[in-house]
Every structure is written in C-alpha cells, then in structure tokens.
Design a protein around this ligand. Structure first.
Ligand code: ADE
Length: 447
C-alpha cells in the first residue's frame, strides 16, 4: 500500500496483515473448496481451513475481535459503519471466493455481514480493501490534518465544496474571487453555500436529511443551554433522527448509542417514543422534560435511579489560561486501575477502558505525580473529573477543565458538562470557569 495508508503502516498507526486460508488446509493437495451438498453450480469454501485460519488470527490477537464477512448478502457499507469499525482495536475481514463459504463456520465466527454495494464481485478481497481504506482514514493520526476526516462531506450531512489550486487561471477558467480575498468568514460562507448547492444537485436524498437536521438544530438552539448535548451530536454529524414532529424530536447519538428526547408536551413525547427500538437495546436515555419521565420509564424499562442534572455550557469560545506548573497529559490504558480506584462509575470498567484507549482521559501531574484526571464522555460531555483528596484546593480541577475546554475549542466543539443537581462544588467550578448553567433539568436513564 502506498501514500496515506502506507505511511500510517510505516509509522505503526495501523497494521494490516493478510492470512492465506490455504495455509491452513489439511488436504494434501492444498484444496480449500469442494462441491456443494444438494448440487448447484460452483465450489464452496470448506469450514475447516477457514476456521483454523480464524483461530490462528484469534490466538495471535489474544482477544475477541469483530469478524466481518464480505458478502453481497450483507448490510451495505456506509460512513456510519466506517466510524463504528474505526473505534475497534482489531478487525478481521473474512473474504470468500468461489460460491461462498460453508454456512456452519460462518455461524461460529462471523459477527458482521457486510456488502460494499448491490453488485457481485468474484471475491471479498477488493471489498475488504475498500473498507480498510474507509476505516483507516478515520483512525486518529492517519490523516495529516487531524480535522480533515471530521469536517468533511458525509460527516456533516453535506458534500464537499469545490476546491482550486494553482494556477489562478487554467483553460480560461479563473478561481472564484472570494477564495483570494483572505477573508476567512467570507470564504467559509461561500464554501457552505457551494456545499449546499452541490448536495441539492447531486445528492437530493442527502440534502433532505441536511435540511431536516438544520431545522431541528434551529429549534433546539432556542434553548441551547438545555439542548447542547443534542446540538453537539448534530454538529459532530453523529445524530440520527428517530422521530420528529412539530412538537419535539427524538435523536440517537450513534457514537455513544444515547437516545435524547425533547418535546413540548406529554402527548407529543408519547408519539415520538412510539418510534423507539426495543427496550433492551437502550442503555442510555436522556429526557429533557420532567413530564416525559413516566413515559420514558415505561418505554425503556429503566427505572430509578435517575440522574437529575443541569447542563453547563461554555458558550464564550475564548481560550482559558493554562497553568505552567501542572503538566496535563493524555492517559493510556495503563492507568485503568488508577482511574477505577478513584472514580465511581455507573457505566462499568469496560467503559473507562474504552475512554482511555481512545485518548479521552487526561491526567494532571505535579512534579511527576498524578494528582487528578478529567475526561470526555462518549456522547461528548466533559466529566470523569476527580482530584485526589490530598491535592484538593490547589486549583487542579480548574487547570484540568481549562485544559480540556481549550482542546475541545480547538476541535471546533462547544464544551459542556452535566452537573447532578445539588452538587454545589461542581456548580461553583463551572461558574468560576465561566460556563452558563441551564435553568431546566435533564434526566439521565442508565441501564
Ligand atoms: N463479495 C462479492 N461481492 C461483494 C460485494 N458486493 N460486497 C462485499 N463482498 C462481496
């Protein structure tokens, strides 16, 4: 592999290796296929070599990985799936050939059946390469410009605007004037307008979704302190509309599998909740109005304890001062037991391990000693904030949160957090840092 992925492999950011199923055959002629029972055209890959090849890979990885079987019978691959797969540590792509693979081994090892489109190829290798390319570019540090994967095309519901390089004139065509103006605001406005125009023309289906999201965004923005989590999910391009009406909206943040409901009346809420998936598929639900809670409890089957929160939002957009005497660093998985020892977590150790693995927890070190930490939750809010008792009242929480706010601002995000009602120390901290606090409550249901 060359260029971007080649460099990422060289740097060790990603690792791709091919396993030849033929190396695992027990047949003396190296055969891996045979006739199908019941007759029919073509040959079928047999269970044994596929299973042994899989076992060898599983032993090497040393933990359970998702096994994606490339097949035209699978779910059609899209950007949302690429984002989901990019969060996995390991992926196994099983590529079939001939007429397919013996069903029995598929039943035992495959976790995902994926197609790259409604056409039939001779094997799964090209589809696997297409998927690897789409997934790898979403892995942090694979692309040079950190943000370019996040801020482009499908991620925010619009196709990319046209771009130009030198020379300024080519074949009698000149580069649009505004791009040479140096006025970044004007350039951004022009690009947005072009993106909209292009999406409308080339992908009317996407444009409809974009318009719907924009309308929802505008409605929710009227109470932005209450709705910032929903707004940020839309901004990140990870929101999916489950149900919508004139009086409310039910969104799923696909990255964190969090359902979020806001409605103006109980009746409107009931209508939206009718679109909710099976109760056991819902692990996290956030209700934005108290009168919706009985309905939410009934629908999700999650009852008390409910976390009653207010939302604090850093709306100012200006960077906060950072302290030089406290070193703040991203914590890796080796800090799992430390974090678990000091942070009471409702969502379990696995969740914290995932947050550490994905670089979402930061530690404050004073003279080399870890004194506390802060993190970003899966749905984007700041949290996981702990300062060890012996280091309290030294401004460490302020330093940690200021640091995190600045990093989030750099990524174009609006920093926000949830405060459990009556947590006075947290309210004080948020006010000190200049966060605005919602007057209304949010209600968290955690299974
Ligand atoms: N194998 C053959 N055709 C395929 C397709 N369209 N997608 C994934 N795997 C395949």
């Amino acid at each position: 592999m060359t260029s971007i992925l080649g460099r990422a492999i060289e740097k060790g950011t990603i690792n791709v290796s091919a396993v030849n199923i033929r190396d695992y055959t027990q047949n003396k002629h190296n055969k891996v296929d045979d006739y199908t029972y019941g007759g029919g055209a073509g040959m079928l890959m047999q269970a044994q070599p596929v299973y042994d090849a899989y076992q060898a890979v599983a032993d090497k990885i040393g933990r359970k990985a998702r096994v994606i079987y490339m097949t035209p019978q699978g779910q059609v691959f899209n950007q949302r799936m690429a984002e989901e797969f990019a969060r996995e540590e390991d992926l196994v792509f099983l590529c079939g050939h001939y007429e397919g693979i013996d069903e029995r081994v598929l039943e035992e090892i495959v976790t995902d059946y994926v197609s790259i489109g409604d056409y039939v190829l001779t094997g799964g290798e090209l589809p696997a390469m297409v998927m690897i390319d789409a997934i790898a570019r979403l892995v942090p540090d694979v692309l040079h410009n950190e943000d370019s994967a996040e801020t482009e095309s499908f991620s925010n519901y619009l196709l990319e605007y046209p771009q130009y390089s030198r020379p300024q004139e080519w074949h009698g065509k000149t580069v649009p004037e505004v791009l040479m103006s140096g006025d970044h605001k004007k350039i951004a406005a022009w690009r947005l307008e072009e993106s909209i125009k292009r999406t409308k023309e080339r992908r009317p289906d996407l444009y409809v979704k974009y318009e719907q999201m924009r309308a929802i965004y505008e409605r929710l923005y009227k109470k932005k302190l209450l709705h910032m989590m929903m707004l940020e999910s839309i901004n990140a391009g990870t929101a999916r509309v489950c149900a919508i009406s004139e009086e409310g909206v039910l969104l799923e943040d696909m990255k964190s599998a969090t359902y979020m409901l806001s409605a103006t009346s109980k009746e409107a809420g009931a209508m939206l909740l009718a679109q909710l998936p099976e109760a056991d598929q819902i692990a996290l639900f956030v209700s934005h109005q108290h009168f919706l809670n009985p309905l939410v409890e009934e629908k999700t089957q999650i009852t008390a304890p409910v976390m009653k929160c207010v939302q604090a939002v850093y709306t100012r957009g200006v960077r906060l001062p950072e302290r030089k005497d406290i070193e703040i660093k991203c914590l890796d998985e080796s800090y799992l037991s430390f974090v678990m020892e000091h942070y009471e977590v409702a969502t379990g150790e696995e969740y914290i391990a995932e947050r550490l693995q994905t670089g979402n927890i930061y530690g404050a070190f004073k003279e080399g000693v870890l004194t506390g930490f802060i993190g970003v939750h899966a749905e984007g809010s700041m949290g996981i904030l702990v300062v060890l008792p012996e280091y309290r009242k030294q401004g460490i929480a302020v330093a940690l949160e200021s640091y995190l706010i600045n990093r989030l601002l750099e990524k174009g995000k609006v920093p926000f957090c949830q405060i459990i009602v009556d947590n006075e120390p947290s309210v004080c901290l948020q006010q000190k840092l200049g966060l605005a606090i919602s007057k209304e409550n949010l209600y968290w249901y955690i299974r």
